[in-house]
Write a protein that binds this ligand. Structure first.
Ligand SMILES: C[S@@+](CC[C@H](N)C(=O)[O-])C[C@H]1O[C@@H](n2cnc3c(N)ncnc32)[C@H](O)[C@@H]1O
Ligand code: SF4
Length: 353
């Protein structure tokens, strides 16, 4: 099987070109056409016949195929179910804001972390995605927008908050970030990419050295060990205080924050005392808190607190002067909100009736 063109970052591509005696300018032409103009692959007519033959013979230009598209009637969120070459499936979400979009990318088919509140966790880990499968989600979603919502193909933010634990698939996610950031390609600003983690320390260790400028979000969910253990079993192996110690060492740019995500679960982690413990833990850090009222999914065991409880929780955090946002669910009518993704065939079939 040929390697995928979309697995190459810019320096990989330059190396391939130089090793095969091709014109060095081919690298920027190919990146420009595939990633900046996002033309349909392979765009090989833009380069010499010799280079074109070489790439056609040696690289695969196919992308994950769109299997099903779910459009939210509530808020125009779009969820894609992609079919991969080996028939595995994975989901991706376009979240609209002011005629622009954030894209929520998946990094794995399923997830190994088994968090008790997450539909993806129930799926178990099937496999890591390749860089090309990550990049492919972006390119296919962009092309879908161009065809179905012309004039709206502005994807301004990329968040790794879909299926999977991105730091558990560090190499592929890192390379995808490098392609997104490349000035020859999509040229997305470094602060427009956010990687969310449940606290996978081996990945955090590499973060500091390898991609410190990309934004990081930590799924914190409870400062209380027993509660966090119940929500995120990974906490037993990599406890929160160790995770926070690693995060504290990440060098931040001016005005850069670490986002701490906190799902609110009724009668579990939603009291003023929980909020006080959270505020005490994060006070003095360059922190931004996202409060996420828990999203339900078929068979989920937790429920969401009422609005008054949520506002009271935020009011306690406000006394610590930590910027805090209550993040409303988008796309929950098509199971596209945080933690509702699951590309298991049986579940997908029962969702679509
Ligand atoms: C699906 S995860 C993917 C990224 C990474 N694995 C993580 O846990 O941070 C993205 C975000 O969704 C949150 N999430 C998972 N299940 C949820 C649910 N049922 N309701 C609300 N948020 C949920 C996670 O805690 C995390 O903050
Ligand atoms: S919340 Fe994140 S780490 Fe936990 S199971 Fe879901 S995708 Fe995996």
């Amino acid at each position: 099987m040929k390697p995928s063109f979309y697995d190459l970052n810019y320096s990989d591509l330059e190396a391939v070109i130089s090793q095969n005696g091709l014109n060095p300018s081919v690298a920027s032409v190919l990146f420009n056409w595939h990633y900046k103009k996002k033309e349909t692959a392979p765009c090989l007519e833009k380069i010499s016949k010799q280079s074109s033959n070489f790439f056609q013979q040696n690289f695969d230009f196919s992308l994950p195929e769109i299997d099903t598209v779910y459009e939210s009637e509530k808020d125009r969120t779009v969820k894609f179910l992609f079919r991969l070459k080996d028939s595995h499936k994975v989901e991706t979400v376009l979240i609209p804001f002011n005629n622009k979009y954030s894209i929520c990318l998946s990094s794995q088919v399923g997830c190994a972390m088994n968090c008790s509140f997450c539909f993806t966790g129930e799926q178990g880990l099937k496999r890591n995605l390749t860089t090309s499968e990550i990049i492919g989600q972006f390119l296919q979603a962009w092309r879908w927008l161009a065809n179905h919502r012309p004039g709206e193909q502005r994807i301004l933010n990329i968040v790794f908050m879909g299926q999977g634990e991105p730091l558990h698939n560090f190499d592929a996610v890192k390379k995808a970030c490098e392609i997104f950031l490349s000035q020859h390609g999509t040229s997305i600003g470094i602060q427009k990419i956010t990687v969310s983690t449940a606290g996978y320390i081996p990945g955090l260790k590499r973060w500091r050295q390898e991609i410190p400028g990309v934004n990081l979000a930590l799924s914190l969910h409870s400062p209380v060990t027993e509660k966090r253990n119940e929500l995120i079993p990974l906490n037993k192996k990599y406890p929160l205080d160790e995770v926070l110690a690693y995060i504290d060492e990440i060098p931040l740019q001016k005005k850069q924050f670490i986002t701490y995500e906190y799902i609110l679960v009724k009668d579990f982690n939603d009291t003023p005392d929980d909020a006080k413990k959270l505020g005490t833990m994060l006070a003095g850090k360059s922190a931004y808190i996202n409060l996420i009222p828990i999203n339900p999914f078929p068979g989920s065991r937790y429920t969401c607190p009422d609005w008054e409880t949520i506002e009271n929780f935020k009011a306690v955090l406000d006394t610590f002067k930590i910027p805090t946002l209550i993040r409303g669910a988008k796309g929950d009518d098509v199971l596209a909100a945080c933690g509702q993704l699951n590309s298991n065939d049986k579940i997908w079939l029962s969702n679509t009736g």
